[in-house]
Design a binder for this molecule. Structure first.
Ligand SMILES: Cc1cc2nc3c(=O)[nH]c(=O)nc-3n(C[C@H](O)[C@H](O)[C@H](O)COP(=O)(O)O)c2cc1C
Length: 344
């Protein structure tokens, strides 16, 4: 079942149910361009028959960057640098989505062109940013009249991605970055209409989603959420149940048809697997998730109707021939940190 072709709206025909989840690699070229090495890296996974690939997080606007050497898709030149990646992946019959990313306060003015990072709050994230060895920058809480500026950045990035042939975009609403900083009641300390109640905390995400769907169409848009994830231990959104009860139907009401539930390198059963069981009864659309699941676990999540496709990150990083190995019943290479040093 996992490895059999299938068809699902709005994606259409897929080679199988294996998806590569978004993984930041930090190998973009000067000016944040995608490179030929990146085309070869994604191409190898596509040629090995991964059915759907999500690119690494790709920054929508310089002021939303927070990492070393990550790709951007703010300008036409940056978008065009992705064309060889798209070409290589799509010619293998694999679908390719660009993950659109705004880091919010998980950043520093070293990365944003010198301006303070923006967030829902003016409290900095705790800890040291491993990217530059400095404490995270003190963010500036977005003013309500600036929200449309951020919407525009996502719309422009989505249009750029689609203009070079991506099959769709994934809006990164998870992992403690900008949109999650509004959703997560432990971060969002606002007292205006973007903070406080469940509906207010969801407002920024929903307005953004409505604008992007209005611009590029719902059949091109996936959302990644991480209501329960690793963050020095397992962290759930405060009032997670009430949040999901409100947010999921509201996103569906805006026409959203594709959802990716993630847990940022945590234990699936304790985090996203739990969330998926809360979401699924209320969600009619396409749903994917996963985190280092075994083939048997993946098959059973699909068979029991929890997931339509299963995402893998680190196993796909460690095994460019992941699908081939699953087909052959061959053992998988374990991920190790030294593998991050090259684009194998
Ligand atoms: C090196 C690395 C980089 C990652 N970068 C991103 C990213 O850019 N965007 C994102 O949504 N998740 C990112 N993740 C999380 C993965 O997409 C995935 O959800 C997580 O690794 C759990 O899946 P796994 O256990 O199969 O690796 C990253 C994970 C790794 C290991």
């Amino acid at each position: 079942m996992l490895l059999d072709p299938f068809s699902i709206a709005p994606l259409g025909s897929l080679k199988n149910r294996v998806a590569m989840s978004s993984m930041t690699r930090g190998f973009a070229g000067p000016n944040h361009l995608a490179t030929p090495e990146m085309a070869a890296y994604y191409g190898r996974r596509a040629e090995d028959d991964v059915a759907l690939i999500l690119t690494e997080g790709t920054i929508v606007h310089l002021t939303g960057d927070g990492y070393n050497n990550v790709p951007h898709i703010e300008t036409a030149v940056q978008a065009k640098s992705w064309a060889p990646v798209v070409q290589r992946v799509r010619s293998a019959g694999t679908l390719l989505f660009c993950q659109l990313w705004h880091c919010g306060r998980i950043s520093h003015s070293d990365y944003t062109g010198g301006v303070p990072p923006v967030s829902s709050t003016d409290r900095p994230a705790e800890g040291i940013n491993r990217q530059n060895g400095k404490p995270f920058g003190t963010p500036r809480a977005l003013d309500p009249n600036e929200m449309t500026t951020i919407h525009r950045q996502f719309v422009d990035a989505a249009q750029n991605a689609l203009s070079v042939g991506f099959d769709g975009v994934e809006l990164h609403f998870g992992h403690g970055y900008l949109i999650d900083e509004f959703l997560d009641g432990s971060v969002n300390d606002r007292t205006d209409r973007y903070g406080g109640s469940v509906a207010n905390r969801c407002r920024f995400a929903l307005e953004l989603l409505e604008t992007v769907i209005g611009s590029v169409g719902a059949d091109k848009v996936m959302v990644r959420l991480s209501p329960s994830r690793e963050m020095e231990g397992i962290h759930d959104w405060p009032d997670m149940g009430a949040m999901l009860d409100y947010l999921v139907p509201a996103m569906s009401g805006l026409g959203l048809a594709m959802l990716d539930i993630s847990c940022a390198r945590s234990d699936y059963a304790l985090t996203s697997g739990r969330v998926i069981r809360m979401v699924r009864p209320h969600w009619k659309g396409f749903l994917m998730g996963g985190a280092s699941l075994s083939q048997e676990q993946a098959e059973s999540e699909i068979r029991d109707g929890h997931l339509d496709m299963v995402t893998w990150g680190r196993f796909l990083l460690a095994n460019p021939d992941f699908v081939g190995r699953l087909r052959a019943g061959a053992p998988l290479e374990e991920f190790s940190r030294d593998m991050l040093e090259t684009l194998r």
